[in-house]
Design a protein around this ligand. Structure first.
Ligand code: PLP
Length: 359
């Protein structure tokens, strides 16, 4: 059975060696040695100043909302994984959807300003499929209206924009290290926080509001990463160049084999951004072609994912809003299986099925 992605597991002996060390020390959570080591290595590897590891990406979003004091309305994108919206609602915030750009599938900056009111406290865009948003335009709008920007960068591990990491834009960016992501810690995530004071605040916020050994300095939650998660991250980080290369090879193979088909298209990448080849999204002419392809693939035990479907403005716990482009793209987009261990035979199978239904 082939799924859209397959969790990469590192060398078993290497992970066991870390587990042995955790057992020997008896220190299994609360900012342990491996969590500190992973923090330093990741910050250096990604090219960011302040990185805080947390237990998952959704909590990273929730902590970011609290950290920046979000209230009332928050502008966000309808084309994302459900957590971008559900975390807002969970925190009592009101998502206001700005439709996506027809080509990049990221929030369209030209449609943001008309949605900003007195009640707007922040913008939460997503670098969908690791494709950088128009960060300058979004930054200018936020500055003009004195509101914050929190990037859901769950797909943007290792993505560069111009000279540095895309994670350095906005007030805060969050990462997810869930098992399905390109870099994982089983479950996990991180906050990248530009402001040093906010960074210090976030450290106690993820630890019940406790600073130092026992002083409670404010309202907090438990969002700490544990040592078993951090050890997995340290193993993965050793293999990251190899994993990136293997995905890139398969990504380019799809592109080569499918790019001449005139009835399908791919998201337009931001020319100033790098590509981490984390997903291979394809947009078909109609939803019925997409459903036929899913059926054909299922028949040979291959299960792509409808990333992202449905468009989030249609969630049953929200008051009705419109996002026609996102709604349309969501119905016609499919992410083909892409991971380092995808073998040639299965990739050929996928390519042939897509070609048969579209050419
Ligand atoms: C995976 C993902 C999340 C949630 O991260 P978890 O670590 O699974 O909680 C949030 N936003 C986006 C865009 C994601 O893809």
């Amino acid at each position: 059975m082939i799924n859209v992605t397959k969790t990469y597991l590192p060398n078993r002996e290497k992970y066991k060696n870390y587990i042995d060390q955790i057992f020997d020390s008896g220190w299994i959570t609360n900012n342990g040695e491996f969590t500190r080591e992973l923090t330093n290595r990741l910050a250096r590897y990604l090219g960011v100043k302040n990185l805080l590891l947390v237990s998952n990406g959704t909590l990273a979003l929730q902590v970011a909302y609290k950290l920046l004091g979000l209230k009332g309305d928050v502008i966000t994108t309808p084309f994302s994984f459900v957590a971008t919206t559900s975390s807002l609602v969970w925190e009592g915030l009101n998502p206001i959807f700005v439709d996506i750009d027809m080509n990049s599938f990221n929030m369209d900056p030209q449609k943001i300003e008309v949605r900003i009111t007195e009640a707007t406290s922040s913008i939460v865009p997503v670098h969908v499929f690791g494709n950088p948003c128009n960060v300058e335009a979004i930054g200018d709008i936020a500055k003009k209206h004195k509101i914050s920007v929190i990037y859901d960068a769950a797909h943007a591990f290792d993505v560069k924009y111009k000279d540095g990491s895309v994670l350095n834009y906005g007030d805060v960016s969050i990462l997810s290290f869930h098992a399905t992501k390109t870099f994982h810690t089983i479950e996990g995530g991180a906050l990248i926080i530009n402001d040093d004071e906010l960074f210090e605040k976030a450290k106690w916020m993820i630890n019940f509001g406790i600073q130092g050994p026992s002083k409670i300095v404010g309202l907090g939650i438990n969002a700490k990463m544990n040592e078993f998660q951090a050890a997995m991250g340290l193993c993965l980080l050793d293999d990251i160049e190899y994993l990136n290369q293997e995905r890139k090879t398969r990504h380019n193979r799809y592109l080569q084999a499918l790019q001449d088909i005139r009835s399908i298209r791919f998201p337009a990448r931001n020319p100033d951004g790098s590509d981490n080849h984390s997903y291979f999204p394809v947009v078909f002419e109609t939803e019925s072609i997409l459903l036929d392809i899913i059926e054909d693939l299922k028949y040979v035990d291959i299960f792509p994912r409808r990333y992202f479907h449905p468009s989030l403005e249609s969630l049953n716990y929200l008051a009705p809003q419109e996002a026609p482009i996102s709604s349309d793209i969501s119905k016609r987009i499919l992410c083909l299986p892409l991971f380092s261990e995808l073998d040639d035979v299965n990739q050929e199978r996928i390519i042939n099925i897509v070609r048969q239904r579209t050419s």
